[in-house]
Design a protein around this ligand. Structure first.
Ligand SMILES: Nc1ncnc2c1ncn2[C@@H]1O[C@H](COP(=O)(O)OP(=O)(O)OP(=O)(O)O)[C@@H](O)[C@H]1O
Ligand SMILES: [Mg+2]
Length: 275
């Protein structure tokens, strides 16, 4: 069975004057363990809503979300809390998603405290230090606060926070959109290395089609809450069947010559030209 299995998922929000806005309109997908699913589509097409439904940060109106064999809409609050450690998210705006009053050490430790059973304070601290090292931040960062970090460093903290409980699935909601091009490439390299080293499964929401092409094994294209097409990333993006996808790609930056798959860690360099 696939690690992520969505069936006929619908999510509406209350709109103005008693109307309802259908944000996700009956989508189904499956993602195998270790894969990276790219989610592209214009602004407002439902990408972030989908990402949140996937981790039950929103409840579905109807349909089912099955992660690792568990129908998560049936889990109680307590069970969900116990499982949360396996399913994490990284947000677009690193600074907005980090509590400015906490130190980096406290921010990365928090999911361990919420999940419980990660040992005593010393054991948790050790785990936090090891996780920060994995995203390229030395222990000096432990006592600093988010405001004193660069955007790229802040996003590394966001990634460490998602990673610290050793999850199997990470939803990345435009994790590099707020970063400069060169910083973007280095954060993508960190994410790619982690995916390979830990066998992580990613759902990678992005506006940047070239990055999805390099980074993701598969892609779905969203429009008004639905999937217009999907499949292996190279197949879909090299020969899109739908005009909507072609337009989306036409609106993006001109393609950069393709030099390798995500399995090649240096392939991402070609996205930004950074070395
Ligand atoms: N909490 C909410 N309350 C009301 N409407 C919402 C809410 N979240 C999303 N929507 C609406 O649902 C639709 C899908 O929004 P969503 O944020 O999922 O789009 P998106 O594809 O992530 O867009 P972007 O690329 O701009 O981030 C939009 O029309 C949005 O206005
Ligand atoms: Mg969004």
């Amino acid at each position: 069975m696939a690690l992520i299995e969505l069936t006929d998922v619908v999510k509406t929000f209350p709109g103005p004057h008693g109307t309802t806005k259908i944000a996700v309109d009956g989508v189904s997908l499956s993602v195998e363990r270790g894969d990276c699913l790219g989610v592209i589509g214009e602004s407002g097409s439902g990408k972030s809503t989908l990402g949140r439904l996937l981790l039950r940060l929103y409840d579905v109106d109807s349909g089912s979300v099955v992660l690792d064999g568990q129908d998560i809409s049936r889990l109680s609050k307590r069970e969900m809390r116990r499982h949360r450690r396996h399913w994490q998210i990284v947000f677009q705006e690193p600074f907005a998603s980090l509590n400015p009053r906490l130190t980096i050490g406290q921010i990365v430790e928090e999911p361990l405290i919420v999940a419980g059973d990660y040992g005593n304070r010393a054991a948790r601290r050790e785990r936090v230090i090891a996780t920060l090292a994995e995203v390229g931040l030395p222990p000096e960062f432990l006592d600093r606060r988010p405001a004193n970090l660069s955007g790229g460093q802040q996003q590394r903290v966001g990634i460490a926070r998602a990673l610290v409980t050793d999850p199997s699935i990470i939803v990345l909601d435009e994790p590099t959109a707020s970063l400069d091009l060169t910083i973007r490439a280095s954060v993508l390299r960190v994410l790619n290395r982690l995916r390979e080293a830990r066998g992580l499964t990613y759902v990678f929401i992005s506006h940047d089609i070239e990055t999805v092409r390099h980074f993701c094994s598969d892609v779905v294209v969203m429009h008004q809450g639905r999937f217009v097409e999907g499949g292996p990333a190279l197949e879909v993006l090299d020969a899109p069947r739908e005009e909507y996808t072609r337009n989306l790609m036409g609106a993006a930056m001109p393609p950069i010559p393709y030099q390798g798959r995500a399995a090649d860690p240096d392939a991402l360099d070609s996205v930004s030209g950074a070395s």
